[in-house]
Design a protein around this ligand. Structure first.
Ligand code: NAD
Length: 578
């Protein structure tokens, strides 16, 4: 059946009232019960609704534990529970374009009559009032079924698998290469840990950057998974073998990735004790969550699973003690000259609470490497082919290369991504683009959808870790120039502005689990369905989103942001930060 931007081919209603239609979505060997959406047939009344439904299906198809609705980061969920999920699916398949679905912490509350240009879905996930926003309170509320944490992209149905974070990780490595190693990581050793949903991007990012990377994960299934999907090359049988493989690759200046199944809190101190100092050290275990994320040294996975149910206090204490050892080793590497950084998992914060007073000697990746990009609102922008067809992404890759030939970061990235990154779930791409660039690309893509050049509509979103979208004083906004680290007005304003700009989905998230009380962020999804209305939505929402990002940093006193505001003609009121 041919696809045209105007065709709305509805599917059939299954006995439980949910539209699951033919042709069947693509099989998903990893999670057979969670097929990857694809094809031209709609189950909803229009492509906008269908797009959001497909994105919900997609986050589960590429998620870490979809049977529990868990997508990534230990507890980041796509919906509160299965009843909530079923009602969301029903609402998306039956709602009209002039209705808005309201979701509170992963639970659909109701449908409201709005208008055809209003968002189809608005969400507020895991926002707890200040004095109550603590991990223990979150766990209690979660146990009672009153709240769910959406991570950044899980609850907002924006997660695209490990590829979602890979360019960010790659750019960090390349910034370090430029800063310390003459622009190349050939012959350099990166030590890291964590091969979960996001951490699993590290071995591939390290190899793409030319380094020899050792990634330690305590769970053999996670290591096996990354090898199976092509993100990890080798799994070493033990530490000696792993170090020998790394040493050989370093000697030959050969890029490689080696996984090791072990606890990082054992391995890091042991490597330090042997006097082996990697060039770069970081960590991406789920250290932010002392109960459902981090696995303390000396405990089996089974023991940890049991304590998650009936020994949370004991588990939190053990995780904290283990993180202290883990971070002390990282500080040891720092003292011995390694480039050490926190990769956004709150490990320094946990260590400090466990008595490691100098944990914050380790810098955060945002401030250390990426702030000049964020100050110009350049950040992780992503697009997903709702047709399920990889050719659509390939066509957009060509378009990006054609449109931004002078943007070295993006052209280099697209060429590398084409070569190295396997698709998971819906074919997708991520690229760091800034103000004006995102809008221009999205409008050209909408043209291609309108012309029928692409096999289906394209959805756009961006990471919550974006210039105007996140307040996270220990990660995104640490050491802001004007001290505005903890001010959460920015993401709230961003979400309101995106709603006023007619985005298709707008969400406000705050931290859950160990992130409770540490952050607030805003997310947005837009659907390029080839219509004129989509032109308007894409243009307003993407332009205003990055425009606010530039202003947030300009307001904080960043010179490059003031320059960007002036160059791009933003109507920013410069009151000198007062
Ligand atoms: P995940 O829960 O899917 O995976 C965490 C992995 O850590 C698991 O595979 C687990 O087995 C492993 N692990 C736990 N304790 C360990 C230990 N002591 N030693 C070795 N391995 C251990 O989480 P994820 O989605 O991969 O995210 C990891 C962390 O990164 C989270 O804290 C998340 O919030 C953060 N994060 C940061 C960014 C960023 O932009 N820098 C982006 C996304 C996520």
């Amino acid at each position: 059946m041919g696809w045209s931007p105007r065709s709305v081919v509805r599917g059939v209603v299954s006995p439980n009232g949910v539209r699951y239609n033919q042709p069947m979505p693509k099989p998903n060997p990893r999670h057979p019960n969670f097929p990857i959406p694809s094809g031209p047939v709609l189950r909803a009344k229009g492509w906008r609704q269908e797009a959001l439904l497909r994105l919900l299906e997609n986050v589960l198809s590429v998620g870490e534990d979809p049977d529990k609705l868990i997508v990534y980061a230990a507890l980041g969920k796509a919906a509160r529970n299965w009843a909530a999920h079923e009602q969301i699916v029903k609402a998306l398949t039956t709602m009209d374009e002039d209705q808005t679905l309201v979701i509170q912490s992963g639970k659909p509350i109701g449908l409201f009559r709005t208008h055809a240009r209003a968002p189809l879905v608005i969400m507020a996930n895991c926002n707890i009032v200040g004095q109550w926003a603590k991990a223990e309170v979150f766990y209690e509320l979660e146990k009672k079924g009153l709240i769910a944490w959406g991570g950044l992209t899980a609850g907002a149905w924006q997660y695209i698998g490990s590829q979602g974070v890979i360019q960010g990780t790659y750019e960090i490595f390349m910034r370090i290469a430029e800063k310390r190693f003459g622009g190349s990581l050939a012959g350099r050793f990166i030590l890291t840990a964590g091969m979960g949903g996001m951490g699993g991007a590290q071995p591939l990012a390290g190899r793409m950057a030319g380094a020899a990377i050792l990634d330690v994960d305590v769970d053999p299934a996670r290591a096996a998974r990354r090898k199976e999907i092509g993100y990890l090359e080798h799994i070493a049988p033990d530490l000696d073998a792993a170090l020998a493989m790394i040493e050989a690759a370093v000697r030959e200046k050969r890029a490689t990735s080696v996984g090791l199944v072990a606890n990082a809190a054992d391995v890091y101190p042991e490597i330090l004790r042997r006097g082996i100092i990697p060039d770069i050290v970081t960590d991406q275990t789920s250290a932010h969550d002392l109960v459902y994320g981090y696995v303390p040294a000396g405990m089996s996975l089974d023991e940890v699973k049991r304590l998650r149910v009936d020994g949370q206090g004991q588990l939190m204490a053990a995780s904290r003690a283990s993180i202290a050892t883990h971070v002390r080793a990282m500080l040891g590497f720092l003292e011995r000259g390694a480039e050490v950084f926190d990769n956004g998992n709150l490990i320094r914060t946990q260590a400090k609470q466990a008595g490691v007073d100098n944990a914050f000697d380790i810098p955060i990746f945002t401030e250390a490497y990426l702030r000049p990009l964020f100050a110009r609102a350049i950040g992780p922008f992503r697009w997903m082919a709702l047709s399920g067809e990889p050719e659509d992404i390939s066509r957009i890759d060509d378009l990006v290369l054609e449109m931004f030939p002078d943007n070295r970061i993006v052209t280099n990235w697209i060429s590398l991504a084409r070569q190295h990154i396997p698709f998971e779930g819906l074919p997708a791409r991520i690229a760091w683009l800034g103000h004006g660039e995102r809008t221009a690309l999205a409008l050209r893509v909408n043209d291609l959808v309108r012309a029928g050049t692409l096999k289906g509509p394209i959805a756009f979103s961006r990471d919550h870790l974006d210039a105007g979208a996140m307040a996270h004083p220990n990660i995104m906004t640490e050491n802001m120039k004007d001290g505005s680290d903890a001010i959460a007005d920015w993401p709230l304003l961003d979400a309101m502005l995106l709603t006023a700009s007619m985005a298709d989905l707008v969400v406000i998230h705050s931290g859950g689990g160990g992130y409770a009380g540490y952050m607030t962020s805003a997310g947005v999804t837009l659907v390029a369905d080839g219509t004129a209305a989509a032109d308007e939505r894409l243009s307003l929402a993407l332009t205003n989103d990055t425009g606010l990002g530039v202003m947030r940093y300009a307001d904080a006193g960043y010179e490059e942001s003031k320059d960007e505001a002036e160059k791009k003609g933003l109507l920013w009121f410069d009151l000198g930060g007062k």
